[in-house]
Unconditional design. Structure first.
Length: 782
């Protein structure tokens, strides 16, 4: 048989048959046809020229009937073959050609019919649903591309297909509200997006919502649409934000209860809502409580990263409880917990608020006394001295495939840890651990930093006292030759072109220099200036990481040599500065002096009431030293600058912080109820809270939610990875008839990890007993 296939529209370009592409081929093709006929062979030829088809039909008339078979490739046939599906009968060749389907890159999905194939490819796969996807509305709207949809609607076939699906959705709506929503989508999907963005805000302000959205407000409200995943952009609804601003500015809360009511009214989605709440709290800082800040943070959780610093600032206005006087018998861990969780937060708050508490110097001196009393043991056994940091972290510093960046920030006290944590967190690097360490005595740079970097138990034990020598040569016996590289300043870090060391140790002095200047000299408050300095430090650090492509294999370590304190001129000074101008006192700073051996041996013993004596050999220092106690000083001070060298907690306690990129999802904390039997009375609920993650979590709050329970939430500032902590909650259990409260303790845990708030509940089984068990009245009792 000779098969001649007419392809006037050139639709068969994918068919593997002989094609005649040029009129000049005609004589040769006629010869091939004749030869095939004579040899009784099958022959097929595709021809695009209509005139050639006619010539061949004339030729066929001279051959027996049935020798020639003519057929035509049309658009419907070609599309059916290419897509492997039936084409709707009402679809014309012209529709297919006009829509360009044969030249498109459409790849039909298994199980899809013709209409679903068009909707999925040209619009969105969600349109293949046979009913309106109310539960997937944000996903549907998120796929709306106005320009693309507009172009598709200009093609009749694509426009008809979409219209048919929308009409099908309308016909299947179960209520007038559902039908109205489908009609809003069908009319203008992009306009519906804007309406729903407005509704997300205005459902908290129904009066404004009804005025702005009209009937649509009730439609959206009745449908109870789940819109949490709808992309929200304030810039798209300026007129709505203005109306909300008018409303909020007309509210004037008179007390904290009024403010809570106002907070409850807000949507939590607008920056102006937070700004107005923030203004009220700045005007009435006495309204701020930890519980209120928790409510604010939860309300504005969608903006947590943008508002982190402002929320932290508001939390900073809460006056922490005044620290108790520490006990001289406490061990190192207990004392450091007291300092970091009680003393230092209160001391930092007083600093920020310019409210100096003279009692703090006496309370802090108790810590100093404890440190001196236990110095030999702490120095030898605690593993909490600055010289222990690098040896303690040896395993981390030797990890294969990891580059360590060690930032040695001079004069970074513990209280600046949170500021640095937030900055790195904003850049995607999260706190993996935070530990307090103790500076050397006196708390000054030459001694403490060099012991830190050399890992030396004392200044006298350091051979090479250059920073470069200590870092690059001193650790060779313990690490590889290329383990450490010393960088003298943060600017030099950016000049590194090749990563040829496992750890880079950067010496950063800007914080120390700033703290020794007055606020007038630097032109702003110390805290604000330090914020800007640390921000620049973090920026340079991130530049280094990204320059060398280290985003997935970097660990950032932050260490410091000492902290510092401010002492107003009005604080009592029990030392006579003039006395220390005499011979024998060879170098003076505000908080310590060096003393010649001759003079040191003859010092009056009662001077110990106001100074700590540090013999050179006992403390492995180059000289004998006197450190001022409490708020005493050897040179005049005022509150405008910071000093160090003494033994107050803020001078001695420094942070070790480590940051790393987040690589795995956060696991919820573990909660273990230590005992599960209670009576209806005042009891102590003992819990063990554990962190199964590698990274630290912070701002932990543990609350008991049973209706018959009276208790205060317990807060934990920070819990390092793979660590647990025991807590006790004083709890009054009231008699209840509710079976669930008799058999379960409802515990809610809130915490922050990787910059996000997490909340989960646990309900461990408990047994409740009467306050006094009645004795059995059995006649068989003895």
């Amino acid at each position: 048989m000779i098969k001649i296939i007419a392809d006037p529209n050139n639709l068969g370009f994918g068919i593997r048959l002989e094609r005649m592409d040029s009129m000049a081929e005609y004589p040769l093709r006629v010869k091939d046809i004749q030869q095939a006929y004579e040899n009784h062979q099958e022959y097929a030829l595709i021809i695009t020229q209509p005139v050639v088809i006619q010539w061949l039909k004339n030729m066929a008339a001279r051959y027996p009937q049935g020798v020639f078979h003519f057929e035509t490739i049309d658009a419907r046939t070609a599309l059916a073959q290419r897509w492997g599906m039936d084409i709707p009968t009402n679809l014309t060749n012209e529709d297919i050609l006009q829509s360009g389907l044969l030249s498109s890159d459409v790849r039909p999905q298994p199980g899809f019919g013709f209409e679903d194939t068009l909707l999925s490819h040209y619009y969105t796969p969600i349109l293949t649903s046979k009913t309106f996807p109310f539960t997937q509305l944000p996903s549907l709207l998120g796929t709306v591309d106005p320009q693309r949809w507009k172009a598709n609607l200009a093609i009749p076939l694509l426009a008809r297909t979409l219209h048919t699906r929308l009409e099908e959705w309308k016909s299947k709506a179960r209520s007038s509200e559902q039908r109205q929503l489908v009609e809003l989508f069908a009319t203008d999907p992009y306009a519906l997006i804007l309406q729903l963005i407005r509704f997300r805000v205005l459902r908290s302000y129904p009066t404004i919502g009804e005025a702005v959205l009209g009937e649509a407000f009730d439609v959206f409200r009745i449908l109870k649409l789940q819109l949490d995943d709808l992309k929200f952009e304030e810039s798209k609804i300026p007129e709505t934000i203005l109306q909300v601003t008018y409303f909020l500015n007309n509210q004037q809360p008179q007390n904290s209860d009024d403010l809570v009511t106002l907070l409850d009214r807000t949507s939590g989605m607008l920056s102006v809502e937070f700004e107005i709440i923030e203004k009220h709290l700045r005007d009435h800082s006495d309204w701020i409580t930890p519980e209120l800040m928790d409510q604010i943070e939860e309300k504005f959780s969608g903006q947590s990263r943008q508002l982190a610093r402002k929320i932290a600032t508001l939390r900073g206005l809460i006056r922490p409880p005044k620290p108790e006087t520490p006990d001289l018998s406490w061990n190192v861990d207990t004392m450091l917990s007291w300092a970091t969780e009680s003393y230092l937060p209160y001391q930092a708050w007083c600093n920020r608020q310019e409210q100096f508490d003279s009692d703090l110097f006496a309370i802090g001196d108790r810590f100093s006394e404890w440190l001196m009393k236990n110095w030999d043991d702490i120095h030898a056994n605690s593993k909490r001295m600055v010289f222990n940091i690098l040896p303690n972290k040896a395993v981390d510093l030797k990890r294969d495939g990891i580059v360590n960046l060690v930032l040695v920030i001079d004069n970074l006290g513990w209280t600046f840890s949170e500021m640095l944590r937030d900055m790195f967190q904003e850049r995607g690097y999260f706190l993996a651990g935070a530990e307090p360490y103790l500076a050397m005595l006196p708390s000054e740079t030459e001694i403490s930093k060099k012991c830190l970097l050399a890992g030396a138990v004392g200044y006298q034990a350091i051979d090479d006292k250059t920073y470069k020598g200590m870092i690059e040569k001193g650790w060779v016996p313990y690490f590889k030759d290329n383990a450490f590289r010393y960088i003298s300043d943060i600017g030099s870090l950016s000049a590194i072109e090749t990563i040829d060391a496992a750890s880079y140790v950067v010496n950063y002095l800007a914080i120390d220099k700033a703290l020794h200047k007055s606020a007038d000299e630097i032109g702003m408050s110390h805290r604000d200036h330090i914020y800007h300095l640390l921000e620049k430090l973090v920026e340079n650090t991130i530049f280094f990481i990204e320059k060398h492509g280290l985003q997935e294999n970097i660990r950032i370590h932050v260490v410091s040599d000492h902290g510092s304190t401010r002492i107003p001129a009005s604080v009592q000074n029990d030392l006579d500065p003039a006395f220390f101008k005499t011979n024998g006192f060879e170098a003076r700073s505000h908080r310590y002096v060096t003393v010649s051996s001759e003079r040191f041996s003859g010092l009056a013993d009662n001077l110990r009431l106001d100074c700590f004596f540090l013999p050179a050999n006992d403390f492995m220092n180059p000289e004998n030293v006197l450190c001022a106690r409490r708020g005493n000083r050897f040179l005049p001070t005022d509150k405008d600058f910071y000093v160090h060298g003494g033994l107050l907690p803020e001078e001695i306690i420094v942070p070790y912080l480590v940051f790393e990129p987040a690589t795995i999802a956060t696991q919820d904390l573990t909660v273990l109820l230590k005992k599960n039997e209670f009576r209806y009375r005042m009891e102590t609920v003992e819990l063990e809270i554990g962190n199964p993650n590698d990274s630290a979590v912070d701002q932990i709050q543990v609350s008991l939610l049973n209706g018959n329970v009276e208790s205060e939430p317990i807060r934990i500032a920070l819990l390092n990875g793979k660590k647990n902590m025991a807590i006790q909650i004083k709890t009054r259990f009231k008699v209840t008839s509710i079976l669930e409260e008799q058999s379960n303790l409802h515990i809610r845990i809130r915490y922050h990890a990787h910059g996000e708030q997490h909340t989960f509940d646990v309900l461990p089984k408990i047994t409740m007993k009467k306050m006094v068990e009645e004795k059995s009245t059995s006649v068989f009792d003895d």
